[in-house]
Write a protein that binds this ligand. Structure first.
Ligand code: PMP
Length: 440
């Protein structure tokens, strides 16, 4: 057999959502991490301005989480997820619903944000069916929405690159308009003034399709992946009211906003608007072990708990739903969040964060700076015909200078771990200011 030894070969791994060829010419390798910093293979320390991918809210290498995983792996590594239970999954479910917004008393576990989205969409359609409204099957998403990469998620999502290559997608899906309006809202601190009326677009779709065919609307309270789109004041309230009027379920995709990102446990708490289903992942285990959770109110859960007891109520689930090691990581994460007060720490830091970010106004090519909680975005004017080049060159330069930022199109997004200090905010924003001055 012609066996080739390929230990350091970069070719085998097809990297997700990456410019593979660019990366493999000049790889950027992270080899360890502790609290606010990554370390690279050439020994440099890099300040994490993105909490990994919006997930390591408590920072890295947190002892309670590491220990919980170690202990669980030696005790019960895996248990069948169907028709069997184990104590950790019930313990974690009870504890995590305790920090969920009021009324969200049940959680269905998945392994990622994408799976949580699919679960929520299926739940919404099935809910109407068990209630005797089987004609309510249509799903409404929003332009510029990101709901993961599976077929349901890219169908309700509104990002052309995620949609155009993949055929016909799901049928029975439509979209309301997005809320991004630089002409009226550029350089807003927090929630923009203009655009609440864009929620009325849902009424247009009700007129087009009829409410009797619409199961649910899914939106991110704050859209992250398309460049941090903050809801205009009153927008989410208006969406809720229209859903109520037409018996349409409202799903909040809180994959990035869940677990403290806005300075409240969930965006639902921050905006004071309560959806029917909340989709989560990432921060549920501090990003350390893959996991997601779909939180539902009793009205949804209980609708399924009818019929003969020996029958499966919801024909859905994953081999790794409620995996013991993921649950242990989740329990360690909740303890860490509690000990460090992280679910509300963002509220204390937000004013400092806001001032630091808004100081970038006026730098070359910066056409907007926006912020909410511990999220920030800097939108750059694109070079004609090259809609990602400016921000990506900033990303490369920033990494060389020791900060990790994230870009989407020509927007730089920041979402540091919630343990960040004021000095580290200064370092992050100060370095970014230099990058903006020098590299584009
Ligand atoms: N929904 C939202 C709002 C997200 O931001 C993401 C991931 N960035 C997802 C869903 C998908 O999560 P995952 O990558 O874990 O599948």
């Amino acid at each position: 057999m012609n066996y080739q030894h390929r230990t350091n070969d970069l070719e085998a791994f097809w990297m997700p959502f990456s410019a593979n060829r660019q990366f493999k010419k000049t790889p950027r390798m992270l080899v360890s991490a502790d609290r606010m910093h990554y370390r690279t293979d050439d020994g440099r320390s890099v300040l994490d301005g993105t909490a990994g991918l919006w997930c390591c809210n408590a920072g890295h290498n947190r002892p309670k989480i590491v220990e919980a995983i170690r202990a669980q792996a030696g005790e019960l590594d895996y248990a069948p997820a169907f028709q069997m239970g184990h104590p950790k999954v019930f313990e974690f479910a009870s504890k995590v619903v305790n920090i969920a917004p009021e009324g969200f008393d049940h959680v269905f576990f998945t392994n990622s944000g994408s799976e949580s989205v699919e679960t929520a969409l299926k739940m919404a359609i099935a809910y109407h069916r068990v209630k005797g409204n089987g004609s309510k099957f249509r799903l409404i998403g929003r332009e510029r929405g990101y709901h993961g990469v599976n077929f349901g998620g890219i169908s309700v999502g509104g990002i052309v690159s995620n949609r155009k290559m993949f055929g016909t997608l799901l049928t029975g899906v439509d979209h309301i308009r997005h809320t991004h309006d630089l002409a009226r809202n550029a350089f807003t601190r927090g929630e923009p003034e203009h655009g609440a009326d864009l929620a009325d677009d849902l009424e247009r779709l009700v007129t087009l399709h009829d409410a009797s065919t619409i199961a649910a609307v899914i939106v991110e309270p704050v859209a992250g992946s398309t460049g941090v789109l903050i809801p205009p004041k009153g927008y989410l309230q208006r969406l809720r009211a229209i859903c109520d009027k037409h018996d349409i379920l409202l799903i909040f995709d809180e994959v990035i906003t869940g677990f403290g990102r806005l300075g409240t446990p969930f965006a639902t708490d921050y905006f004071g608007v309560s959806p029917d289903i909340i989709v989560t992942a990432k921060g549920i285990t501090n990003g350390v072990i893959p996991m997601g959770g779909v939180f539902v109110k009793s009205k949804i859960h209980d609708a399924f708990m009818t019929g003969p007891e020996h029958l499966i109520e919801f024909f859905h689930g994953y081999t790794y739903s409620g995996n013991p090691i993921a649950c242990a990581a989740g329990l360690g994460t909740l303890e860490t969040y509690k000990e460090d007060g992280l679910l509300t720490r963002g509220a204390e830091l937000a004013p400092y964060w806001e001032d630091a970010l808004q100081s970038l106004k006026g730098l070359p090519h910066v056409i907007d700076v926006r912020n909410i909680g511990l999220i920030g975005a800097i939108e750059l004017e694109s070079i004609p015909g090259e809609p990602t080049k400016r921000a990506f060159s900033c990303f490369l330069d920033a990494f060389e200078r020791g900060i990790l930022i994230r870009t989407t199109g020509d927007i730089i997004a920041l979402s540091p771990p919630l343990i960040i200090s004021k000095a580290e905010i200064d370092q992050l924003i100060g370095t970014l200011a230099q990058v903006l001055k020098d590299s584009i």
